[in-house]
Design a protein around this ligand. Structure first.
Ligand code: FAD
Length: 275
C-alpha cells in the first residue's frame, strides 16, 4: 500500500488525510500541537469560549458545491447551522448601518439611509448577485486534474462574468465608495475593508453570507474534531505533539545526481546502476 505523510492537522491536512484514506493510501498526520484544527480552533478562558475562526463557512447550504465535500469529510451533517440576518453592523456618524445578508433587504435598508444613492446601491446589489453566481459554479474536480476539455468548459463558464471582472477586478473599495454621495454610507462601507479589492469585498461579508454560509453548531474546534474523527474512522493515524523538524530530500537529490551522471557518462554497468 502506498504511504503518505502529511505535515499538519489543520483543515487542509485532515481533509487530505481523509481523501487519501478513501483512495486507498495509508496515511500519517504529524501535528505539532496537541489538538486538530490549526487556525480553525477555539479555547476556553475564565468561563468564556474564544472561537476565533469560523464566521461564515462556505458550503453549509446544500446548494453550494462545497456542501458535498463537507459531508464526505463528516464535518457538518450532524450539526445545526445558524445563518445570520445581518452580516456586519456598523455605526457610522452615529447612525446604524446593517449589512444584511439578503441583497433585497440590504438594498431597501441602504436606500432608506441614502435615497440619493439609489443608483449606486442598485449597482452594489447587482454585483453581489453576480458574484454569488460566480462562487456558486460547480466544483467538478481539482484544477490540476483538468483535461483540455475541462479547461475549455471552465473558460466557457466564465464568459458571462467577463464584463463583471473587467469592470471590478482592479477596483478597490475606496474607488467604489467614491461613487456614494451620502457620507454615512461612504464611511460605513469604507470602514469595513478599506484598501481592499472590490471583488474580495464581495466575498466577505456580503457574498459569502448571501450564498448561505452559516455557522456550524459547536464552532470551529468542534468542526475540526468532526473531520479528525472521520479521518480516524477511515483508518488514518494522527500523531500529536509531533513537530516535523526537517524534510529529508536525500532520495530526490540522489535520484537527480544519478540521472545527471547517467547523462554525462552514459549508461554504467548494471552493477553500478543498482548501487
Ligand atoms: C481569525 C481567523 C478567522 C477566520 N475565519 C474564517 C471563516 O469565517 N471562514 C473560513 O472559511 N475561514 C476562516 N479563516 C481561515 C481558515 O481558518 C484557514 O483558511 C484554515 O483553517 C487553514 O487551514 P490549513 O490546514 O490550511 O492551515 P492551518 O490551520 O494553519 O494548519 C496548519 C497545521 O500545521 C501544523 N504545523 C505547522 N508546522 C508544523 C510542523 N513543522 N510540524 C507539525 N505540524 C505543523 C500547525 O500546528 C497547524 O495545525 C479564518 C482564519 C483566521 C485566523
Amino acid at each position: 500500500m502506498k504511504k503518505i505523510v502529511i505535515i499538519g492537522g489543520g483543515i487542509a491536512g485532515l481533509s487530505t488525510g481523509c481523501y487519501a484514506q478513501m483512495n486507498g493510501y495509508e496515511t500519517h498526520i504529524f501535528e505539532m500541537h496537541n489538538l486538530p484544527g490549526g487556525l480553525c480552533t477555539a479555547w476556553k478562558r475564565k468561563g468564556y469560549t474564544f472561537d476565533v475562526c469560523i464566521h461564515w463557512l462556505e458550503g453549509t447550504s446544500p446548494n453550494s458545491p462545497f456542501h458535498k465535500i463537507w459531508q464526505e469529510l463528516g464535518a457538518i451533517q450532524d450539526k445545526k447551522i445558524y445563518y445570520k440576518d445581518v452580516s456586519v453592523r456598523v455605526i457610522s456618524n452615529g447612525q446604524i448601518v446593517n449589512f444584511y445578508c439578503d441583497p433585497d433587504k440590504l438594498a431597501k435598508h441602504l436606500k432608506e439611509i441614502a435615497p440619493e444613492d439609489s443608483e449606486t446601491i442598485d449597482e452594489l446589489v447587482y454585483t453581489i448577485r453576480k458574484a454569488y453566481m460566480l462562487f456558486n459554479m460547480p466544483l467538478t474536480k481539482a484544477k490540476e486534474l483538468f483535461s483540455v476539455i475541462d479547461k475549455l468548459k471552465n473558460i466557457k463558464s466564465f464568459i458571462p462574468f467577463m464584463k463583471f471582472f473587467i469592470k471590478y477586478a482592479r477596483m478597490n473599495i475606496d474607488e467604489f465608495t467614491a461613487k456614494f454621495k451620502n457620507p454615512v454610507l461612504k464611511q460605513a462601507i469604507q470602514g469595513l475593508m478599506a484598501d481592499t479589492e472590490f471583488t474580495q469585498f464581495f466575498g466577505v461579508p456580503f457574498m459569502i453570507a448571501t450564498q448561505g454560509c452559516g455557522f456550524p453548531e459547536g464552532g470551529s474546534l468542534n468542526f475540526a474534531k468532526s473531520i479528525e474523527q472521520r479521518y480516524i474512522k477511515l483508518g488514518g493515524k494522527i500523531h500529536y505533539n509531533s513537530k516535523i523538524e526537517k524534510i529529508l530530500v536525500k532520495i530526490l537529490v540522489t535520484a537527480i545526481s544519478t540521472f545527471l551522471l547517467l547523462n554525462i557518462y552514459g549508461m554504467p554497468s548494471s552493477g553500478v546502476a543498482q548501487n
